[in-house]
Write a protein that binds this ligand. Structure first.
Ligand SMILES: *Cc1c(COP(=O)(O)O)cnc(C)c1O
Length: 423
């Protein structure tokens, strides 16, 4: 049997790149088989190196809320590139993007641009420790905040899929400063929060153990606990920022954090992250204050141009109503396809996860009971149907404004067949 182009590429890749990929979940360890290599993408569709076309629900894991290669972003990139691609000096467009972020995200008065979500959370924690003089952080099992040492503790998705909840190379002394609580369990927070807590960091909508929504009162209680103890409340809105609404999930839930981390959508498919919050806190960042954080490519003109073009497009009309309608159309269809089988569909706007093996997922303990074998069979059956899902049970599906009702109906029809075939 002759290998596909993707299989050939993967064989070559494994000779020069660890595991053949530049980020673990791309290797399909959770579902088996050899990953397909993407040749191009447009709108809601991906084309692989063998010429197969798919409806895409990965959306680069969140950034592509307008679909792939949207004209507004392509135009912004071709307008920006001839003027230079990096200067190591401030530019006008960074100011415009920072103004837009402070205007859109309720709790952000000052913001610093970085290159990834990982950098954003790492820097926000450093600031929280500096501002409070405390060392410990509280995080939730199943929440992922990037791969900084202290945050790779029960970190969900990639780590969950690969079965490495704690990575070698993270010193025990660093991991010991991270206290674990359970999502949607206020008492578990009270048990670990203490006099030395610098921050409670949380995904206000959890997207890295599959989609898990905060229960009423949960985020409010975190705000109260932070205020009582002097810890800062950090919302990691790397997924939910500009996705749950233009102002992120904090606008939806009305609970304001002290610091917010952004990524994914904010770069429109180019590498951008950001952290921001109250002015008195952010003014402690160098060179306004003593807390050091820097970046050669931070505020990169191409990345900022793509991000700004994306945010401006999201301000036109009401894309969030449209995304939510599509999200619930897909969720309803998947629930119907699931029928009486044990499973459930979580959905918020354009985020969605189809869970096999449990009727409810409230936290990471529940996620441990999922039927990952069934998900893997479903994933492969969907791929044969031309639907490319995130290759793990512990991830969100990402809808974009480019997905049409016809795409969604085709996905539902495919899911009916794929679910029946995996009984
Ligand atoms: C993706 C993600 C990150 C990390 O962002 P990178 O850009 O991959 O470093 C952090 N937090 C959350 C909630 C994420 O989903």
């Amino acid at each position: 049997m002759s290998a596909s182009v993707s299989e050939d590429l993967f064989a070559k890749a494994t000779q020069v790149i660890p595991g053949g990929v530049n980020s673990p979940v791309r290797a399909w360890a959770g579902v088996g088989g050899s990953p397909r290599f993407v040749a191009s993408a447009k709108g809601a569709r991906l084309t692989d190196e063998d010429g197969n076309e798919y409806i895409d629900y990965i959306g680069s894991w969140g950034p592509m809320i307008l679909g792939h290669a949207p004209e507004v972003v392509l135009d912004a990139l071709s307008a920006a590139a001839p003027s230079g691609t990096s200067f190591g000096a401030p530019t006008r467009s960074e100011v415009v993007l920072a103004e837009k972020i402070t205007e859109l995200v309720a709790s952000i008065e000052r913001v610093r641009l970085v290159n990834s979500g990982t950098e954003a959370t790492m820097s926000a924690l450093r600031l929280a420790r500096a501002a409070t003089g405390h060392s410990e952080i509280v995080k939730f099992a199943g929440c992922y905040h990037g791969h900084a040492d202290g945050l790779l503790v029960r970190a969900g998705s990639g780590a969950t899929t690969l079965g490495v909840p704690d990575s070698p190379g993270v010193p025990e002394a660093i991991a010991a400063l991270t206290k674990l609580a359970n999502y949607n369990d206020v008492e578990s927070v009270r048990r670990v929060v203490g006099a030395d807590t610098a921050a409670i960091i949380v995904e206000p909508v959890a997207g890295n153990m599959g989609l898990v929504l905060p229960e009423p009162g949960f985020l409010e209680a975190l705000r109260t606990i932070a205020d009582e103890t002097g810890a800062l409340l950090i919302f990691d809105e790397v997924i939910s920022g500009f996705r749950a609404s233009l102002g992120g999930y904090q606008t939806v839930c009305g609970v304001l954090p002290d610091l917010t981390c952004l990524g994914k959508v904010i770069g429109g498919g180019l590498p951008v992250g950001a952290y921001g919050g109250r002015a008195d806190l952010m003014q402690q960042i160098s060179p306004a204050g003593p807390v050091y954080q820097a970046g050669t490519l931070s505020g990169n003109p191409l990345a900022v141009a793509a991000g700004l073009a994306t945010l401006r497009a999201l301000e036109q009309g009401d894309p969030y109503a449209d995304l939510a309608a599509k999200g619930s159309r897909l969720a309803d269809g998947l629930r119907a396809a699931l029928g009486e089988r044990t499973g459930c569909v979580a959905q918020l706007g354009s985020l969605l996860t189809l869970f096999f093996g449990r009727r409810e997922v409230r936290n990471y303990d529940d996620a441990g009971g999922l039927d990952t074998g069934r998900f893997a069979r479903f994933f492969q059956a969907m791929l044969d149907e031309g639907i490319w899902l995130p290759p793990s049970q512990y991830e969100c599906w990402f809808l974009s404004t480019a997905h049409t009702d016809a795409d969604i109906d085709a996905t539902i029809a495919a899911a009916e067949r794929a679910i029946a075939a995996t009984d």
